[in-house]
Design a protein around this ligand. Structure first.
Ligand code: XUL
Ligand code: CO
Length: 438
């Protein structure tokens, strides 16, 4: 049984007019000596691709999928698995990411839910074996159900904390079973609406306790996947605890969790925090915690998490530039945490959207590699900071001087002339590379 009328998507080059082809993503092509597919490690998000039906706050479904014809049931979930693997195979997507709630319907009890999960996981495993497609990461949906109204690990209700822990335990076991290379903690409803009723100190201590339990349990079951925290400043709560990279780093350091976690950076979450995507990746890179990426983009006119497919080339160039400088994605990947627009409701749109996203990142990779190869920004920066490589600057960097020595130096020499930062010139060079690199 086939769920899609589209065939396999192949690379046809930048001049192709075939919408169902890659213009820039050529999986085996070497960039800086490594195949593009290993640089990009593209992943499909199970939820946005296979369970999102176009609903928004003003209206219901617009997407009536051929694998969604029956009511929520185990049979439907199994159909979805087959459709998902057909899609990934045709798109040449080597990884997928999932929440427990995406892959299987909930049972009436925790025990029943876990049994259903095991059934679906067995089908996913078969499909993984058949296709060679792997699991990039798993996670828990501990935010959708009404029991999580006040949060999960940060709920005021200890029994909810316990239930979240039980759900995470099972999701970790499933992720291990599927060979998942990472496990993600996105805050969900870990945040608050008003300080009039919230004990932020206890809530944050509890969140750390929950994560510590996850670390301990991973050791117990020998789960070797990388734990990732995904920062987001708002939505669903007014103030999410994992606001941005800097906030998450401070939390991990305070609670001695820094050795066990890296970050999963989502482009639209960065912009909601009034940062650029590149800024968040850069902060991860310089702190050695770049784990993985949720590839999408927001809309500059809208202040919410629109989760659009990434088509802004400037953003992908600068993101891939940071990723290359960080030494690549290693265990991470580029997971399209992106959904087609409500009006793009045909199955073909799923292919066209993923092609757009994959091509934009592939093109971004090529431009970033060329910039690095030519040392365009590196040479400029080296000159800009040259004063720290000798004399006074070197003494500062090496910790050889203090206030007294620096005062003596300043009294005697004053300051040298500053030079231009040349921002406009660098922006024009960036444009030149974007236009010229094919
Ligand atoms: C929510 C979000 C999630 C996480 C996984 O904004 O990005 O889909 O990526 O829970
Ligand atoms: Co995400």
């Amino acid at each position: 049984m086939s769920y899609f009328n589209v065939g396999k998507i192949n690379y046809e080059g930048a001049e192709s007019k075939n919408p169902f082809s890659f213009k820039f993503y050529n999986p085996e092509e070497l960039v800086l000596g490594k195949p593009m597919k290993d640089h990009c490690r593209f992943a499909m998000s199970y939820w946005h691709t296979f369970t999102y039906m176009g609903n928004d706050p003003f209206g219901g479904a617009t997407m009536y999928r051929p694998w969604d014809v029956t009511e929520d049931s185990v049979e439907k979930a199994i159909e979805r698995v087959h459709a998902a693997f057909e899609f990934m195979e045709k798109m040449q997507i080597p990884f997928f990411c999932f929440h427990d709630a995406d892959i299987a319907p909930r049972g009436k009890t925790l025990a029943e839910t876990n049994e259903i999960l095991d059934k679906i996981v067995a089908v996913i495993k078969e499909e993984m074996k058949r296709t060679g497609i792997k699991c990039l990461w798993g996670t828990t949906n501990a935010f959708g159900d009404d029991k999580f109204v006040h949060g999960a690990g940060t709920s005021c209700n200890a029994t909810v904390f316990a239930y979240a822990a039980a759900q995470i335990k099972k999701a970790m076991e499933i992720t291990k079973e599927l060979g998942g290379e990472n496990y993600v903690f996105w805050g969900g409803r870990e945040g608050y609406e008003t300080l009039l009723n919230t004990d932020t100190g206890l809530e944050l201590d509890n969140l750390a306790r929950l994560l510590k339990m996850a670390v301990d349990y991973a050791k117990e079951i020998n789960f070797t996947g990388q734990f990732l925290i995904e920062p987001k400043p708002k939505e669903p709560t007014k103030h999410q605890y994992d606001f941005d990279t800097a906030t998450v780093l401070a939390f991990l350091r305070k609670y001695d969790l820094i050795d066990y976690f890296k970050l999963n950076i989502e482009a639209n979450h960065a912009t909601l925090a009034q940062h650029t995507f590149q800024h968040e990746l850069n902060q991860c890179r310089i702190n050695g915690v770049l784990g993985s990426v949720d590839a999408n983009q927001g809309d500059p006119m809208l202040g919410w998490d629109t989760d659009q497919f990434p088509t802004n080339l400037y953003d992908t160039v600068l993101a891939m530039y940071e990723i290359l400088l960080a030494g690549g994605l290693t265990k991470g990947g580029l997971n399209f945490d992106s959904k087609v627009r409500r009006g793009s409701f045909e199955e073909d749109d799923l292919f066209l959207a993923y092609i757009a996203g994959m091509d934009t990142f592939a093109h971004g990779l090529k431009v970033a590699a060329a910039l690095l190869d030519d040392k365009v920004l590196e040479d400029f920066k080296a000159k800009r900071y040259a004063s720290y490589t000798e004399g006074l600057g070197k003494d500062i960097v090496e910790g050889k001087v203090g206030f007294k020595e620096l005062e003596a130096y300043s009294l005697e020499h004053g300051v040298t002339k500053n030079t231009s930062g040349r921002q406009e010139m660098l922006e024009a060079i960036l444009n030149q590379y974007i236009v010229n690199v094919k």
